[in-house]
Design a protein around this ligand. Structure first.
Ligand SMILES: [Zn+2]
Length: 467
């Protein structure tokens, strides 16, 4: 979004909300919420963050339309403001949502939890897994076709969500390189040899999922694990506590810099390995829209012996202890607590979706008792690609859809139409969550054993609740 359009939105909302605030107590509440949305909106830079926040503005303005105390020219003005905001959102506006219902198609696949397996060559391993996933997607297309009374694939108002489990893309080294996961552009001027283009996972998968038949499909391609070695310049005399600064390297010349000890420039500096910095990333695609969500936490069961191989060398996975007692993948603090800011929340075609990768469903950096979407509002569908996770909490609006695909005790589970989680209990089959809807209490229904590993299991259709 252009800066001038952002300013126009800010002006529009401020002008309207301030003028209407005192009209009635109920209008006042909504106007305050509208003004509050402008705070993160002012800081938002990614297209997705802006889309999430504009969607929430449209939802508040729709709520206002239903308010009987809003009348006359004030009501007309609110319709105009909504129309203008909708203009920026296009087809992604919640008031123009393309979908009424959703089916959940889970790929029940036994992933390695921390047992690494795969082909000798990582790029080849990745391509093999892509082929495997393409077959699963075609099979899901068949399953969807038999749903909704055989109209699954022809009903344009029914969203189809395909999801594979966490760790789907990882080979025998425990992690791929970033080049295998994300690809590489051609570098004709590289020395000593020109580098050719390398396709990443999403690019390889697009051969299948870009087809017109998947127009109404949303794909979560499990997660992929990418690792790189993390190094730090340290003073050999002062060690890790010593401070380092970077100075222009007069010997090398040009723009080169060198690390120097702050205490004594004659001290010798060495590059020290801090282990592997690991990215566990979920790839999401809906037509032209691609979104990635990285898992924030690292579980102690995620990596075999806490180690992966980077460039053939085995090294410990770098983790950063957090107040919750869990470790995060990086020590870099999260920039925003608000997941709408380009984090685990995304809005496509008027539907707002939250995604928590495995442990992120159960904990955050700050809390061991609540997941990443704990404080989120307006989530209609909640997705959990996982490796050993049960559905424990509903973070959707009442009646929302929660969908988990677990690759360790391979199972596909959906809770839909429930009002809230009631309790989580231990049973002989492990943890089970109870939920409540208007018919009473029921279990989350995990589908274990009804199909083997490699099967696609479909649930639905379920009505997508409005917000
Ligand atoms: Zn030193």
């Amino acid at each position: 979004m252009k800066q001038k359009d952002k300013l126009a939105v800010k002006f529009l909302i401020t002008d309207f909300a301030k003028a209407r605030k005192a009209d009635s107590p109920s209008i006042g509440i909504i106007c305050d919420q509208l003004l509050k949305t402008l705070v993160p909106f002012g800081m938002a830079w990614s297209d997705m963050a802006i889309r999430n926040l504009l969607s929430d503005m449209v939802r508040l303005l729709s709520k206002l339309e239903l308010d009987k105390t809003l009348t006359g020219p004030a009501k007309l003005r609110s319709l105009d403001v909504k129309k203008a905001i909708n203009g920026y959102l296009g087809g992604h506006s919640p008031s123009r949502s393309r979908y009424e219902s959703v089916v959940c198609l889970g790929y029940k696949f036994q992933c390695s939890d921390n047992r690494y397996a795969g082909m000798k060559d990582d790029p080849e391993d990745m391509l093999t897994r892509c082929n495997n996933l393409k077959v699963a997607i075609r099979s899901a297309y068949g399953v969807a076709g038999r749903m909704d009374g055989g109209a699954g694939n022809t009903n344009p108002k029914m969203l189809k969500i395909f999801m594979a489990p966490e760790f789907f893309f990882r080979g025998k080294n425990g992690a791929y390189s970033h080049e295998v996961v994300h690809g590489r552009e051609a570098q004709p001027d590289a020395k000593p040899l020109a580098l050719t283009k390398v396709k990443g996972i999403m690019e390889v998968m697009r051969d299948e999922i870009d087809q017109d038949i998947y127009k109404d499909w949303l794909f979560v391609l499990g997660t992929a694990i990418a690792a790189a070695e993390l190094t730090e310049s340290q003073c050999q005399t002062c060690g890790a506590v010593g401070k380092i600064k970077f100075e222009r390297d007069l010997v090398k010349g040009g723009g080169a810099t060198k690390a120097v000890c702050v205490k004594d420039p004659s001290h010798v500096i060495k590059e020290v390995s801090l282990g592997a910095i690991v990215e566990n990333v979920a790839f999401v695609k809906k037509e032209g829209c691609i979104h990635t969500i990285s898992k924030e936490l690292v579980s102690h069961i995620d990596y075999r012996g806490g180690k992966v191989k980077v460039g053939g060398t085995e090294m410990g996975v770098h983790k950063s202890p957090q107040p919750s007692g869990y470790d995060s993948a990086t020590k870099v603090p999260t920039k925003f607590k608000d997941e709408r800011m380009g984090g685990s929340i995304f809005t496509v075609d008027g539907v707002t979706i939250g995604l928590e990768v495995c442990l992120d469903h159960a904990a955050t950096r700050d809390s061991s008792a609540s997941g990443r979407l704990e404080h989120a509002a307006n989530i209609q569908i909640q997705l959990i690609p996982s490796a050993g996770m049960e559905i424990e909490a509903l973070r959707t609006v009442p009646g929302g859809i929660v969908f988990n695909v677990d690759g360790v005790t391979p199972h596909v589970a959906v809770v839909a139409g429930a009002m809230q989680a009631q309790q989580v209990i231990e049973t002989t089959e492990g943890k089970r969550s109870f939920f409540e809807d208007n018919t009473g209490l029921y279990f989350a229904k995990p589908c274990i054993g009804h199909a083997g590993s490699g099967a696609v299991i479909g649930y639905g259709p379920y009505e997508i609740p409005g917000v």
